[in-house]
Design a protein. Sequence first.
Length: 333
Amino acid sequence: MPKAVVLGAAGGIGQPLALLLKSNPLVTELGLYDIVNTPGVAADLSHISTPAKVEGYLPPNDGLKKTLTGADIVVIPAGVPRKPGMTRDDLFKINAGIVRDLATGIATTAPKAFVLVISNPVNSTVPIVAEVFKKHGVFDPKKLFGVTTLDVVRASTFVAEVLGDLSKAPEITVPVVGGHSGVTIVPLLSKASHPLPSSFSSDERDKLVNRIQFGGDEVVKAKDGAGSATLSMAYAGAEFATKVLRAVAGEKGIVTPSYVHLTADPAGGDALKKEIGADLEFFSSNVEIGPEGVSKIHPLGKITEHEQTLIKAAVPELVGNIEKGVNFIKAPK
Ligand code: NAD
Ligand code: LMR
């Protein structure tokens, strides 16, 4: 009987994500928490004729605890979004504390829940959640996921556009590995389900890679100060949450990229570290999800020289981002 929870449920991502989860027949209870407006969002959603029972709480009267009680899956889109000219790392100052406090709530009230982190900078907020859970002695690396699905969704769409057939977008898969910011986003186009045209030049390939890496900036720029991707992120977050819910329900063979702690599958994690030539704690690769969480971390496999260069460029930034998140909890200034 899965209870799904959204923390940051009244926001630009939170509301459409809550709508999509309310529409999902696998969800039987939906808990919504935010510092504003959740009672209204919950009342609104509760009139939709689907099975999930909806409740919304605010901070007073133990609202976070009430929301999280009995949670099986917790999705976190709480925090501030970018404005033009900002990097995701610029959000760390505000979002790190928000994510730390919400993670503390999960660790004390729903320590066995699957935790899906959307709040940016994902490369650092996921390590923050891990460290908070370690502090409380409840860290299970198999159940912590950084949601990088929007990069995967964008890659499918942009490749379909290149192929001149948007109707193919839903079936196109491209593994996007590394992390979730700029050069740490590494699309493995050589492993796409649909090959690029043979006439595709290396310049065109570079443009496509760049568009996938900086797709977030495209939206930030178009929204012109009003925030970043919300609707496509809600779609991507719901896609990923649905994969977790299907895996929990016993479906086998669910494989998708996610930013995970590499001890979630120690053998797979070690093999991946060898491939990327760095001893990283977190990395996004294809992971198989089972009823207990990550059951396998897949290797990158054979990739092109160009993709190896992209991975090399991603590693130092990832190292810094991870360290920043870990130190925020381990060695707060
Ligand atoms: P938003 O400002 O519209 O919504 C954020 C919500 O978080 C607000 O309703 C706010 O009240 C709430 N909030 C703030 N502090 C909170 C707290 N302590 N507890 C609970 N709720 C709290 O922002 P948004 O557009 O929905 O973006 C949210 C986050 O998601 C941003 O950090 C953004 O960068 C990130 N994001 C990530 C991805 C990704 O691919 N992982 C994609 C898009 C956006
Ligand atoms: C995205 O990729 O759209 C999000 O990470 C939001 C952002 O800041 O770009």
